[in-house]
Design a protein. Sequence first.
Length: 312
Amino acid sequence: MERKLAAIFSADVQGYSRLMGEDEEGTIRTLTTYREVITTLIQQHRGRVVDSPGDNLLAEFASAVDAVQGALVIQRELRAKNAELPDNRKMEYRIGINVGDVVVEGERIYGDGVNIAARLESLAEGGSLCLSGTVYDQIENKLALTYVYLGEQTVKNIKTPVRVYRVKTESEPSSPTVNASGIEEPDTCATPFSPAMQTGQQAGVASIRLPGYIRWLPWQLRLHWQGALALFATVAAILSVTYLSKALFARNSATLSSGVASSSFQDQQIALSSGTTPVLPRPGRHRSFETTLSQDQQGMPIMDKVGRRVGI
């Protein structure tokens, strides 16, 4: 038998039985229209529709990049068409993509590669797509997408657990990815001390599926508060240093400009004015180079700061 490696695309409609139960004819018309759209877009991305029984559709691509790009375009086009329908009549496809070895028999393909794609489809939500680890390894550095790692999943009839990634689409609210250490990281987060961080293409542990705004809001607020507190602490430190520097500068300036005399010089002036002999200080005790002149009303000689006569 012929074998080959291929990117397998598997899709089905979420809630198909409910739609058929409520309105069979309307559901069939919508299904036919959407299937034509999907088939056209698959061909435009160099793929081939293998089979399309009921609400299922199986296709193959030679490239994982083509398969994922085609799936994203399909979801975008179907989202636009669903916007024209009432909420209870919207038809959302789930898509799973796997790269694996398949057995070729005529126009059909078989094997675990096909089975894994079908299991991935069942793990996806309506309007989204899930990828196997083999697909992720092929496209992680080629397509600028955001991925959420769902962990290793045990799927029916497959012995080895399968790594599963969900691709975030345009309609989904922002929610954090999970890295290898199990720490959630926001898709875009900026603090006063770090630029915006773009995440995605991360591998790690399985994340709990909660609404995006519930998972995102507390982490974002915590990051912003941490950044704000750090900013306030830095500003306070800068202001404290500035205030102390200005205070010290002002005190030194006042001391230099006033030419403060020592207590010994003040005692000498009092002694001269009272007619007693002043006690001269020891040399080297005064460092001021400014000479202070004083003369009393009775013509006493002019003295400098150390008590020496300097003449009239």
